[in-house]
Unconditional design. Structure first.
Length: 290
C-alpha cells in the first residue's frame, strides 16, 4: 500500500547542559550549589526550574528565590527529570507545522498522559506518588518529534494515512517507515542516558508486556495514554473507537472501580500543571497571548 523507508534515522546528541546535569547528579559529591551552577548556565532551563519549584504542582509554601533553593526543593532526581523534559521541548520540537496535526495538542496530551501515568503507576505500585510515571508519560511520544524533524515528508504521509485509512500513528509509521515512534523514542532515551525503566516505558508504551522487568511502568503509561485520549479527543488520529474506562483499567491491570479515583485525581492534578502546559507557547502554531 505504501512505499517504505527503512533508512537509519540520525538521533540528536544529548544537549550539553543535560549531559552535565546527568553527570553531576550521579556523582556522590554532588551539591545543590554545584547542580544550580550548571542549571544557571542555561537560561531557559533556569527559568523553568524556578517557576516549577514555585508552582502549584509542588505546593511549596515558602517561595524559592534562587536556583539553589529550587534545587533543594525539587531534589536531584527531579532536576534531572526536569532537565530531560525541558531539553525535549527546547531542542526537539519541530519548527514545521503539519496540516491536521497540532504540536500544542500533542503537548496537552503528553501532560495529561504524564499525570495519568503518575496516578496509575502509584496505584499499581501502591505508593503515594510516582515521579518516574509522570516523566515517562510526559516523554512517551518523543519519537514523533524525531520523525517529524528527520523525515518531515514521511511524517506528513503518516498523518494522511491516519486520516485516510483510519490507522493509528504507530500503524501508519510501521507501514511507511518499518519502525514507529515508540522504538525511536526508546533509542533516544538510551542515547541520552535515561534510566532503564524510563527508556523501556517510552519504547514499549504500545506493547508493555515486552518491557519485561519494567512492565508495570510501561503498562501505566499505556493505560494513561488511553485515558488521555479518552479525556481529550483533539489529539486522536485514526482508529476513532470509543475508549471505555474498563479498557483503561484492563490495560493497567486494575479494576474498573479504581477508575473514579484515578480520573478525579488526574483532573485535580491537571489544574496544577499550568506552568508545564505553558511550555507550549514556544511551539509552532502557538497563539500569542492577548
Amino acid at each position: 500500500m505504501f512505499g517504505r523507508s527503512s533508512g537509519k534515522i540520525d538521533l540528536p546528541s544529548v544537549p550539553a547542559t543535560l549531559a552535565r546535569i546527568i553527570q553531576i547528579t550521579n556523582s556522590p559529591d554532588a551539591s545543590a550549589d554545584g547542580v544550580a551552577g550548571v542549571v544557571m548556565l542555561d537560561q531557559s532551563l533556569a527559568t523553568k526550574v524556578l517557576r516549577i519549584a514555585n508552582s502549584a504542582f509542588y505546593g511549596r509554601r515558602v517561595k524559592a528565590e534562587t536556583i539553589s533553593e529550587a534545587v533543594v526543593t525539587l531534589g536531584f532526581s527531579s532536576i534531572r527529570n526536569l532537565a530531560a523534559s525541558a531539553s525535549v521541548v527546547d531542542a526537539l520540537f519541530p519548527k514545521q507545522m503539519f496540516p491536521g496535526f497540532s504540536w500544542q495538542d500533542m503537548w496537552v496530551h503528553s501532560v495529561n498522559c504524564a499525570v495519568g501515568a503518575e496516578v496509575i503507576h502509584a496505584r499499581i505500585a501502591r505508593t503515594s506518588g510516582s515521579e518516574v510515571g509522570f516523566v515517562a508519560g510526559l516523554l512517551h511520544d518523543v519519537g514523533k518529534l524525531i520523525l517529524a524533524r528527520a523525515l518531515p515528508e514521511r511524517f506528513r504521509q503518516v498523518i494522511e494515512a491516519c486520516r485516510d485509512y483510519n490507522f493509528t500513528m504507530a500503524q501508519a509509521e510501521r507501514n511507511l517507515l518499518s519502525t514507529d515512534h515508540a522504538k525511536i523514542g526508546g533509542e533516544l532515551a538510551e542515547g541520552w542516558q535515561f534510566p532503564d525503566r524510563l527508556r523501556d516505558a517510552i519504547a514499549y508504551h504500545h506493547s508493555p508486556a515486552d518491557a519485561c522487568d519494567n512492565e508495570d511502568l510501561a503498562r501505566a503509561v499505556s493505560a494513561a495514554n488511553l485515558l488521555a485520549k479518552r479525556m481529550s479527543r483533539n489529539y486522536v488520529l485514526g482508529m476513532g473507537v470509543e475508549i471505555s474506562l474498563k479498557d483503561v483499567a484492563d490495560e493497567a491491570g486494575l479494576v474498573v472501580e479504581d477508575m473514579d479515583y484515578i480520573v478525579n485525581t488526574v483532573r485535580e492534578r491537571m489544574h496544577q500543571c499550568g506552568e508545564i502546559l505553558s511550555w507550549s507557547s514556544s511551539m509552532p502554531g502557538a497563539k500569542a497571548a492577548a
